[in-house]
Design a protein around this ligand. Structure first.
Ligand code: NAP
Length: 291
């Protein structure tokens, strides 16, 4: 048996296509959706992520403005930039690219962003809405992207056993809440670095989501035949056969595709969906000011 691959790149582009019309409608009502991306420091991966996000804005017709700050930016300076963006009515979405430099406190930056412009969906108010079962606001992009992939594939999770490996505030925790919400109705187990017998727990699951950050942690023999496997992990590993000397690997051993019913590839799975959800949130944030 070989899993059906869930193509996040294709679905992400379809979602972006569907936003073009909403953007045009907003523009006809005098609102040009506008995303501000703050990039502090010279982390190479962050530069690639920001470039990809700006390209997605171009595809959707969303205006984007990039604000570059030095790697030694102070907390006060970064806060001031966020405050200025908060009070700029022409900006609908604010994204401060993670990780912020060591001289800054990322959590307090997240909390300083106006929740109605929090297109990453990480503000305590937006995460709190999720706990309250309100899923019509600005949702965290990666978990929302995972949910969109599951929905698009027509996978019914009602009463299903789901295991989310990873409990971060940006992926694992919010995703567990989304899977357990009314209407989705999965029974969710959250596993983490202190979990005993993660393999055993996964073997009973209809859905396994890996958001760990450690390459090929989840092995083929962890997976129940026919289960859905979502690999959120993006890990850069050495590969001498490549000109670059490295390649991307997920948190799941690709061999798991021999057992799973559905599986996401890395790259080309959850990654592009995260960007499509960022675009969706930006359009949603712009629409919300007209409501
Ligand atoms: P994170 O904040 O480092 O959290 C990792 C989680 O994995 C933690 O809860 C940790 O447990 C758990 N963990 C670590 N080792 C484990 C093990 N051996 N067994 C079970 N659980 C273990 O990472 P994150 O931000 O959630 O990101 C996770 C991965 O997703 C990374 O590879 C990241 O690059 C990727 N990612 C991808 C996208 C995308 O768009 N595709 C977006 C965001 C993140 P403890 O809580 O006990 O430490």
């Amino acid at each position: 048996m070989s899993a059906t691959l869930l193509d996040g790149k294709a679905l992400g582009l379809r979602i972006e296509d569907s936003l073009v019309e909403r953007v045009a409608s907003l523009k006809s009502r005098g609102v040009e959706p506008h995303l501000a991306v703050v990039l502090a420091g010279d982390d190479a991966a962050s530069h690639v992520y920001v470039r990809n996000k700006q390209r997605a804005c171009e595809r959707c017709g969303i205006k984007s403005t990039r604000i570059d700050l030095p790697s030694d930016v102070s907390q006060e300076e970064l806060m001031q930039v966020v405050n200025e963006l908060n009070s700029d009515d022409s900006i609908h979405g604010i994204l401060v690219q993670s990780p912020t430099p060591p001289s800054t406190d990322e959590l307090s930056i997240t909390e300083a962003i106006d929740p109605s412009k929090d297109v990453d969906g990480f503000h305590p108010m937006n995460l709190g809405r999720l706990v309250m079962g309100q899923s019509d606001g600005l949702l965290p992009c990666t978990p929302a992207g995972v949910m969109a992939m599951i929905d698009d594939a027509g996978i019914n999770l009602q009463g299903a056993k789901a295991v989310v490996i990873g409990r971060s505030r940006i992926v694992g925790m919010p995703l567990a809440l989304m899977l357990a919400q009314k209407g989705i109705d999965a029974t969710v187990t959250i596993a983490h670095s202190r979990t005993k017998d993660a393999a055993e727990i996964c073997r009973e699951a209809d859905l396994v989501v890996a958001a760990i950050g450690r390459p090929t942690t989840v092995k083929a023999d962890w997976i129940k035949p026919g289960a859905t496997v979502i690999d959120v992990g993006i890990n850069r590993i050495n590969d001498e056969s490549r000109e670059s000397g490295s390649r991307l690997a997920g948190d799941v051993d690709p061999e798991a595709a021999q057992v799973a019913g559905y599986m996401t590839p890395v790259p080309g799975g959850v990654g592009p969906m995260t960007i499509a959800m960022l675009m969706t949130n930006t359009v949603r944030a712009a629409e919300m000011i007209l409501e």
